[in-house]
Design a protein around this ligand. Structure first.
Ligand SMILES: C[S@@+](CC[C@H](N)C(=O)[O-])C[C@H]1O[C@@H](n2cnc3c(N)ncnc32)[C@H](O)[C@@H]1O
Length: 401
């Protein structure tokens, strides 16, 4: 029997969020799925699972759209085969049904395969990968493969998934120059911005985004992505699904064009960066010139605590803070003192612009969080916990008083 073409049948995708941001990711997936750029054959169903977001009954091309638009995801996996499997002896027969021709143009190119076996099966996951590769006639490599499979045997079900992104989706490809310090990953930054904005009254319009401690500018760039309703597909990076034989080139071209247009022409707030380190300022300047719209951004070099910013745009100011911590703190700086000083400094800004300053600040531990709140000294704050580099972080958001 001839197989139904990929574009004519519904699909399931699993979406992995940035660590600690499942709900923000779920909300974004639900919104992107409900507001497609074009008409699709099926209406997708979006549900939040324990650690992922599942999209089912989805048009294959809409899966591509979700991939190119999502800002809060780490990866999207396409379920290419799922079959009930009660015992190990059934595995090989199922593996013979993998639709290789839909994913691989050339079986000589090595692929990456992770395999997992949960409850109820005694055979090891290495054997599962070995059988997957042998039956498919493909070679697994641990580094450098463009196509990444996942094979898992769980709850009497064998599932085979393939990553649509390949490289993690936080690698946007919009920074031409990188700085040495590890910046906040882009999907974390986007989740953080979305969470802060979700607490605002709909009437509070943001005219300016103020990013002190800007580093390489991630929070500024991600806020433009969020406000322009664009997505990672606006930039030059490749997604591994672009290599799949079944991916229609015109769909990808259409989506990329649309997202680029949104990125460039969306009505977005002005971004004001501040950074003390001269080298970082130079890199930030080069990156911003490359991708931001002229006249819609500026960099104020120098010490954040000595700035007298003058917010000339109408509307409120969204302050996004990822202050230094760990190795980035000077030798003689106490983290608690710095965060309390920052809280007090913001309090002055709030008093100078009544009702107009909203925002959020990452606090890397309990003491910095307590001292920041004590310096800020306002009643309407909320805290969200997430993880970054394995460390537990807190994000405080405050609303204007
Ligand atoms: C945690 S990093 C920010 C990383 C940034 N979010 C990114 O993604 O690249 C903190 C930055 O604050 C800068 N910085 C430290 N003290 C400062 C101050 N007093 N005023 C302005 N910037 C400062 C550092 O040079 C560093 O680039």
């Amino acid at each position: 029997m001839a197989k139904v073409p990929v574009t004519a049948r519904p699909h399931t995708f699993y979406i992995r969020p940035a660590p600690g941001w499942l709900y923000e990711c779920y909300k974004e997936v639900a919104k992107v799925s409900a507001t497609p750029f074009q008409k699709y054959k099926f209406e997708p169903k979006v549900v939040m699972l324990k650690s992922t977001v599942k999209v089912s009954r989805c048009d294959w091309r809409q899966g591509l759209e979700i991939l190119l638009r999502l800002t809060t995801a780490h990866d999207i996996e396409w379920l290419i085969l799922e079959s009930g499997c009660k015992q190990w002896s059934e595995v090989d027969a199922i593996l013979k049904r993998v639709p290789w021709e839909e994913v691989l143009a050339n079986k000589n190119e090595p692929v990456h395969v992770t395999s997992d076996i949960f409850r109820g099966f005694t055979t090891g996951s290495a054997k599962l990968r070995e059988n997957f590769c042998n039956i498919g006639g493909v070679t697994h490599v641990s580094e450098g493969a463009a196509i990444r499979f996942k094979v898992e045997l769980r709850d009497e079900m064998l599932r085979i998934l393939v990553s649509l992104g390949g490289e993690p989706l936080y690698k946007r490809g919009y920074k031409t120059k990188l700085i040495a310090t590890a910046p906040l990953p882009e999907h974390q930054a986007a989740s953080m911005i979305r969470w802060i904005l979700s607490g605002l009254k709909p009437t509070q319009k943001i005219g300016t985004i103020f990013v002190p401690f800007a580093g390489s500018g991630t929070l500024g760039f991600e806020s433009r992505l969020v406000f322009s309703d664009s997505g990672p597909g606006a930039f030059l990076r490749q997604f591994s699904c672009e290599l799949f034989p079944v991916t229609p080139k015109p769909t990808i071209e259409f989506l990329r064009r649309k997202l680029k247009e949104k990125w460039q022409s969306g009505v977005t707030p002005k971004i004001v960066f501040n950074e003390i380190n001269e080298e970082a300022v130079q890199i930030l300047n080069e990156n911003s010139q490359e991708i931001l719209v002229p006249g819609k951004w500026e960099i104020i070099p120098g010490d954040m605590f000595e700035l007298k910013p003058n917010f000339t745009e109408d509307g409120s100011v969204l302050v996004l803070l990822n202050p230094p911590y760990g190795n980035r703190l000077g030798k003689n700086t106490s983290i608690g003192n710095l965060y309390e000083k920052l809280g007090r400094h913001l309090r002055q800004l709030l008093d100078a612009y009544p009702g107009r300053i909203v925002g959020g600040c990452i606090c890397p531990d309990e003491s910095s969080w307590k001292r920041f709140l004590s310096g800020l000294n306002i009643s309407s704050t909320q805290t969200h916990h997430f993880t970054h580099g394995g460390e537990e972080m807190r994000l405080v958001r405050w609303f204007s008083e």
